[in-house]
Design a protein around this ligand. Structure first.
Ligand code: BTX
Length: 257
């Protein structure tokens, strides 16, 4: 099947010097009817958001902090695929730009040398009939963050393109590479479904095949080996007794990623 690649993301990029959060701005614009493909970029965020009300450090000029407005025509139960396909696009783009190998830690972290280099936060608004009215996908890529920018605590778990390569990459170059990859995958997803994207995700995953512990808040609730990920983005984990459980919530920590 021929895939018609729609360049939806390149023409509507809004740049801001400072925002509380690009996701919040994009959600506001989406609510006001902004078209699919609108991109919001901020040089710095004063209240960058992670999942579960966590904070995302976003100092000025040190990373690419941006959000995209999407209006996907898929059933809401498949909304996790948006995060998964974004993660695949980030890996492909960063590998083109840097020549390094990146991996995906389920569900939404992009890892480089075993540390988090990028986080993805997707937020959806549902229409009255249960379909997705719009989705905002926020992406934070640490480009020039130094050890001091991270601080002692984050340094142990976070890295940047600069720390891993010694090269200061242009934000524009990384953004363009991402938008190209995303357009390709998003068009493919709409025409042909999730199967190939899922395969890419599995290839990049550093979660599958590894021992994982699943935590709800800070309490360990299950442990086993991550065996597969299904079309809803849930992780299937087999415990020592051979029982397989599926997880789509909470926090998962991985021993060897
Ligand atoms: P997360 O909840 O998986 O990760 C947040 C956690 O990651 C924090 O609690 C902290 O431990 C760690 N962390 C904070 N800042 C950084 C950083 N710069 N690099 C590495 N680790 C960090 C991941 O949430 C989703 C993050 C999405 C961020 C983008 S930026 C553009 C958009 N706007 C917005 O407000 N959020 C998204």
């Amino acid at each position: 099947k021929m895939v018609e690649i729609k360049k939806i993301l390149h023409n509507k990029i809004h740049y801001y010097e400072q925002l509380d959060s690009t996701n919040l701005k994009a959600l506001e614009l989406a609510k006001q009817g902004a078209v699919e493909g609108t991109v919001v970029v901020a040089a710095r965020q004063t209240a960058g958001r992670g999942r579960l009300r966590r904070k995302w450090e976003s100092p000025e000029g040190k990373g690419l902090w941006f959000s995209m407005i999407l209006r996907p025509t898929i059933a809401a139960e498949y909304c996790a695929q948006i995060t998964l396909l974004t993660a695949v696009a980030v890996v492909k783009a960063l590998q083109v730009v840097t020549d390094k190998k990146f991996s995906i830690k389920w569900p939404n972290d992009i890892m480089l040398d075993g540390k988090k280099v990028c986080g993805i936060l997707a937020e959806m608004a549902l229409a009255a009939d249960g379909s997705i009215e719009y989705a905002v996908v926020g992406i934070g890529i640490n480009i020039n963050m130094s050890s001091e920018d991270f601080g002692a605590q984050l340094e142990a778990t976070a890295t940047s393109l600069y720390l891993a390569t010694g090269i200061e990459y242009e934000h524009e170059q990384v953004l363009k590479a991402f938008l190209d990859e995303f357009d390709l995958l998003y068009s493919h997803w709409h025409c042909c479904g999730f199967a190939l994207i899922r395969q890419d995700w599995l290839d990049y995953s550093c979660t599958l095949g590894h021992k994982v512990t699943v935590r709800d808040n800070d309490t360990e609730i299950y442990s086993g080996v991550a065996e597969d990920m299904d079309d809803y983005g849930s992780l299937l984990v087999r415990n020592a007794a051979g029982k397989i459980e599926s997880f789509d919530f909470g926090e998962i920590s991985i021993r060897s990623c």
